[in-house]
Ligand binder design. Sequence first.
Ligand code: 5AD
Ligand code: SF4
Length: 466
Amino acid sequence: MSGRTYFIRTFGCQMNAHDSERAAGVLETMGYRPAPDPATADLVLFNTCAIRENADQRLYGQLSALKPLKLADPGKTVVVGGCLAQKDQATVAQRAPWVDVVYGTHNIARLPQLLARADGATLPVVEILDHTETFPSALPARREVAHHAWVSISIGCNNTCTFCIVPRLRGPERSRKLGDVVAEVRALVADGVCEVSLLGQNVNSYGRDLVAADPGAGPRNRTLFAELLHALGDVDGLERVRFTSPHPKDFTADVFAAMRDVPNVCEHLHLPLQSGSDRILRRMQRSYRSARYLDLVAEARATIPGVAISTDIIVGFPGESDDDFDDTLRVTELAAFDAAFTFEYSPRPGTAAVALDGHLDPAVVNARYRRLAELTRTLAAASNARQVGTVQQVLVDGESKTDPQRVSGRTRTNRLVHLPRTAATDPGTLVNARLTSAAPFYLHGEVTTARAQLGVPTPAPSTAAR
Ligand code: 5AD
Ligand code: SF4
């Protein structure tokens, strides 16, 4: 197998970014090496997403674009994995019969066997499993950047949000043991990682299944998720801990306290709102109401100095009236989100919302979407403008995508910052930067204090805004 190269394209969410790094790790242990693009790669893997419809269209578009390359070079291997493969199974093989392997969300570990079965097969090898045998985080990974790692703490989801396909595709929630997560993070730090993002569909319910199975497993005075944040606070050399996503219905004060008290837990809260209308939240089977959501936002801002709050919002859910949408605008304004991901409702076959009455005209949905996007853009611009003049810690990720003279990084609050490239701005370096100007989705800054390379403990200068 040695000498073969691979290229992975990831669609959709962070869980998929994590799974793609695992798939890359599995391929590399098989002797594959990365290729710069699909045209030159011996193996092309599409890691798919089923959350919203446009990802389907993009996948089939890209598979069609690959067809002539595959026909010209039958030795090229085409693999489709992830949520859409899990959902559509045979459909992928029917619509794109030149694909070699189709696998679901639970079989990354079986890639070597699937590739072996596909070798010489005339029809696509399709394998979809109902359960995970290997927790994906336990697989080898090849990280996209050396200093950052995704760490999945649970997979699956026990909720029944009526718009969402995830529970059907990823199954019920299963948590990884706290000790296993901490051990993985320690190993990652020893390997050069200074920032981890903990992943779960609902991180606040992390560990409930473990405690249910073994009541002695949990701490007495806080949730297992808060316990995990405290445990990661003790990992030397780990500069930043992020997590996504919590669910408003399960949010507990001990997590806010951990975000305040544990120095490496970042001051960024991504808290999906989905709708500001209580009537629509009920139809979505999201069991909190807008008042409770706004209380959480107020509590976060009161507890965690400088916290930035981002959210997900869906517009045009079936039955959403003008008044319901006005409620979403009102709650958005009151929450004063620092950043927001906004989505037009997309009917997903197999979800309960498809059968609800009151599906809206796409033109109405789009007009609402544009109004909400305008509001969230204004709020983000105001939030970033308030940062101008402050000095903040920035972790440099790499060269700016738009300007090779600059590098880009993130503040602890997850704001994107562009800095002039200097000797002190190698990827993975923490610097202090004065923020000099703001746009809605990024800031410009200049380095004030170059901190030591990671792994060398250097106290933060007192000017660092936290
Ligand atoms: N339509 C539109 N947006 C959706 N999301 C999930 N399912 C749908 C859907 N059917 C959004 C939610 C979720 C984010 C990851 O994707 O806002 O939080
Ligand atoms: Fe989907 Fe709701 Fe579970 Fe999130 S919490 S994955 S939106 S069902």
